[in-house]
Design a protein around this ligand. Structure first.
Ligand code: URA
Length: 420
């Protein structure tokens, strides 16, 4: 094979053969196909797409580039993947809840980049928490606690690790077959029997509209079926942040509120809806809402955090500086833009621009009002938290058009959380 022939084939709109796909992914992982050649191929895929069969084969080749975890546990294994949003801390209450329902939840997670936060960044705001675990530690914790939230080991889908970093700098991230194969190769390599996908739709998500999110969900579910994985997908709203907290420690605090029976209604509802899907796919009969109310999920959370070196009772970091944004007028808050709030939290230090950047545990935004709620002019709407007051002007600039107040409620405020 030659990389140039594979690039030309896709450039000219042809369907790649299984052998071409297997060869190019393997050769790229080994450094035989160069970055510039893979970048050209990724652009050709971006422009000309791939069939469902090509996408399935591409995913298979990426899984085969590394190892597939053999999870040693007697419980049924089930995982969740969210395509990413603003204030999306759902993994934090969800993993211990589903574990308390009887499943094993191996939640291999990532760090944040840009306006979306990363689950590991959030958890690392808990004093002592360790995100890097060995395979033996993951298996032991799955058996003993039922839930693990940790970093993916570099041995899982190494082809994707390399390709995703390349796509990030070559304008080739936003391709449904490439996104779907990237997500699913990691999830398949992780070895769970079942997977629930939370495909986000809206300003704060990858997929800005319902049709493209639906296409992505279809592609993800098809790949799962090709690998014998039980998969289902929910499409959920990401036009406004989930819950009231956006950042790291502030999101952990909100997740703990949910686990202790409180917390914002949207976070509770999405946690329970995803848990119901996961429990059903795992073949269990527990009722997640009742398990959450019983306090068992909170107990599992504490055991999970302790098992990973953290202290669930330790105070979380607090920002040195806060700044309040007030409501501009009397009326109903009809819009609070997820993307703008995500960028503001990032500017305040909660996120990173490059993979190597540090994040601030205490930085973030608290949304003191949510769409649909009445507000009066001058009332505090957003509370910005940061250790670096010099970041506040950039956060305020990001929020310039984020807030919409109308003199009467409009339909947008009533957009449902669950879109399917
Ligand atoms: N998340 C991934 O893991 N891969 C993509 O390509 C996009 C989002």
């Amino acid at each position: 094979f030659s990389a140039i022939d594979v690039i030309r084939a896709k450039r000219d709109g042809r369907v790649l053969t299984d052998a071409q796909i297997d060869w190019v992914i393997d050769a790229y992982t080994r450094g035989v196909v160069a970055d510039e050649q893979m970048a050209a191929l990724a652009m050709a895929v971006y422009l000309n797409g791939m069939t469902a069969a090509e996408t399935a084969r591409w995913t298979r080749a990426m899984v085969a580039s590394g190892e597939r975890l053999a999870l040693a546990t007697d419980r049924p294994t089930v995982d969740k993947h969210s395509t990413g949003g603003v204030g999306d801390k759902i993994t934090l209450p969800l993993a211990p809840l589903v574990a308390a329902c009887g499943a094993a939840v191996p939640q291999l997670s990532g760090r944040g980049l840009g306006h979306t936060g990363g689950t590991l960044d959030k958890l690392e705001s808990i004093p002592g928490f360790r995100a890097s675990l060995s395979l033996a530690e993951i298996s032991r914790q799955l058996d003993e606690v039922g839930a693990v939230v940790c970093a993916a080991t570099p041995t899982l889908a190494p082809a994707d690790r390399k390709l995703y970093a390349l796509r990030d700098v070559t304008g080739t991230v936003e391709s449904i077959p490439l996104i779907a194969s990237s997500i699913m190769s990691k999830k398949i390599a992780e070895g769970a029997d079942a997977l629930v996908l939370d495909v986000k739709v809206g300003s704060g998500a990858f997929m800005k509209n319902y049709d493209s999110a639906h296409q992505l969900a279809r592609a993800l579910v098809d790949i799962g079926a090709d690998h014998g994985l039980r998969v289902s997908a929910l499409l959920t709203d990401m036009d406004t942040p989930l819950g009231r907290a956006v950042g790291n420690a502030v999101e952990v605090a909100e997740a703990v509120d949910v686990l202790r029976g409180g917390g914002p209604a949207d976070v509770v509802e999405l946690t329970v809806a995803l848990a119901e899907e996961m429990v059903a796919l795992a073949g269990l009969s527990a009722d997640p809402r009742a398990v959450l109310a019983s306090g068992a999920a909170y107990e599992t959370w504490c055991r999970m955090i302790r098992a990973q070196g953290g202290d669930p009772d330790a105070p979380l970091p607090k920002a040195a500086h806060t700044h309040v944004v007030e409501a501009p007028a009397d009326g109903v808050l009809t819009g609070l833009d997820a993307y703008a709030v995500g960028v503001a939290a990032w500017r305040l230090g909660a996120g990173r621009a490059r993979k190597e950047d540090p994040v601030s545990a205490a930085a973030g935004v608290l949304c003191l009002a949510k769409p649909g709620e009445p507000v009066v002019a001058g009332q505090p709407l957003l509370e910005l938290h940061t250790d670096r007051p010099d970041t506040v002007p950039a956060a305020l600039a990001a929020l310039a058009d984020a807030v919409t107040v109308s003199d009467h409620a409009v339909d947008a405020a009533a957009r449902p959380l669950l879109l399917t």
